[in-house]
Design a protein around this ligand. Structure first.
Ligand SMILES: [Zn+2]
Length: 419
């Protein structure tokens, strides 16, 4: 009898203990669960700074991990010709040519190479995580993103002399398609009158103009797409906010100055040859960490001038893209995520800038995990609903969340329904 009572008591105790440790999850309620974190104005200004600094945007797996994803830049092409077809770069030739040019560019972007300048020896060679995609108008029958225009006034490119028009925006204003969301690449022949001049160089040249660029030399020289991939990537570099490096201050301390030699040759071009994308040289293929960080900053920041050119592939979740935080991490850049985030036991995540979660994703803070939203904004960048912060609890022990008063959380499912 005693034994039976004892066993029953033990079983009851065990059940109650199990009940006490039961794991549950519940939505985070800001007014109830948040611990406030108060900052002075000075601190707030200082802490906002990191969102503007390039190191948080360097595509380096060892520092920023998956927070700097591959970016797909949407492009289209315009081939300019005179009304009486001054050149034979027509659709049968031009379209396969620019498709091959796009492949060559993507090949270059996929193969970042070590900096060749002696002063830059040892510079890390990181993946660029940049790629182009030709973007026709969605749903437009037979649109392949390559357009042909016949215009006697605007078809030609002149980079020298009194008829110089390389920075003239008229051809772009007249013919650009999806100019806000697609990088419009105009391919123009050198003007036949200029080509006749012995002092005019009718070779490859380009100019970046806002979210468009003009390229010349492709039609006139007849050279293959591989010869123009570097030049085009260079202009894309400008559109992503990068400057020349050889004798200018480009804001990067890993791009040393040099004589800007195009090919190897007589001294100083026997050794001081750059292969950097933002110089004039035969390769234009090496990107430094600072250049990549600066380019990705422009693409990641909501205020970035080139962000609107991206394929917006972060609105919906992707499989196998959940992040589990088990260590201490501080996110100091604007981020687009592709899955859930779990702050696991022992994990400590501080978010200081805007972070976009895909539709239906959630930010789970497990017991023993800590989340600090320090002036940041959690949202879905596409205006779609997501599940917000979820607290994991073991009994009464839940994940901890701290917020500054200016921290914001937008587009959480319940809020979206209420609106
Ligand atoms: Zn340039």
């Amino acid at each position: 009898m005693w034994r039976t009572q004892h066993l029953i008591l033990l079983a009851a105790l065990a059940l109650s203990a199990l009940g006490g440790c039961k794991s549950t999850e519940r939505p985070f309620i800001r007014d109830v669960d948040a611990k406030p974190l108060v900052r002075t104005t000075e601190e707030r200004v200082r802490l906002k700074q990191p969102c503007r600094k390039y190191p948080a945007y360097i595509p380096d797996e060892s520092t920023n991990g998956p927070l700097v994803p591959e970016r797909v830049i949407r492009v289209n092409y315009h081939i300019m010709n005179s009304a009486d077809t001054n050149h034979a770069f027509v659709a049968e030739i031009g379209t396969p040519y620019v498709q091959e040019l796009t492949r060559e560019i993507n090949q270059k972007l996929a193969e970042n190479i070590p900096m060749s300048l002696p002063a830059a020896r040892g510079t890390p060679v990181l993946p660029t995580r940049l790629r182009l995609e030709i973007a026709p108008i969605r749903g437009m029958f037979r649109d392949d993103g390559v357009y042909y225009h016949f215009d006697d006034e605007l078809y030609a490119y002149v980079h020298k002399g009194r008829n110089r028009n390389n920075s003239d925006m008229r051809v772009i204003k007249k013919y650009a398609i999806q100019p806000d969301s697609v990088l419009n690449i105009f391919i123009l022949p050198h003007h036949p009158d200029s080509v006749k001049s012995q002092t005019y160089s009718a070779g490859g040249g380009g100019i970046a103009l806002g979210k468009a660029m003009k390229l010349s030399g492709i039609i006139t020289t007849g050279l293959p797409p591989s010869e123009f991939a570097g030049m085009t990537v260079h202009e894309i570099g400008h559109i992503l906010g990068l400057g020349h490096t050889w004798r200018y201050s480009d804001g990067c301390d890993d791009t040393p100055h040099h004589p800007n030699c195009f090919y190897p040759g007589e001294p100083p071009c026997d050794s001081l040859i750059s292969n950097n994308v933002m110089d004039y040289n035969h390769w234009q293929q090496a990107w430094t960490p600072c250049q990549l960080g600066s380019a990705h900053r422009n693409l990641s920041r909501r205020s970035g001038t080139a962000r609107s050119l991206l394929k917006r592939n972060w609105c919906e979740p992707l499989p196998d893209h959940d992040l589990v935080i088990r260590d201490t991490q501080v996110w100091e850049g604007e981020v687009d995520l592709f899955g859930d985030v779990v702050v696991a036991e022992g994990g400590h995540l501080t978010i200081r800038c805007e972070v976009s979660f895909p539709r239906n994703a959630r930010l789970l803070v497990q017991p023993g995990g800590q989340l600090v939203i320090d002036g940041g904004l959690l949202t879905n960048d596409c205006g779609l609903p997501w599940k917000g912060i979820v607290l994991g609890c073991r009994g009464r022990d839940c994940g901890r969340v701290t917020l500054t008063e200016e921290a914001e959380i937008h587009h959480v499912e319940a809020t979206v329904r209420k609106d």
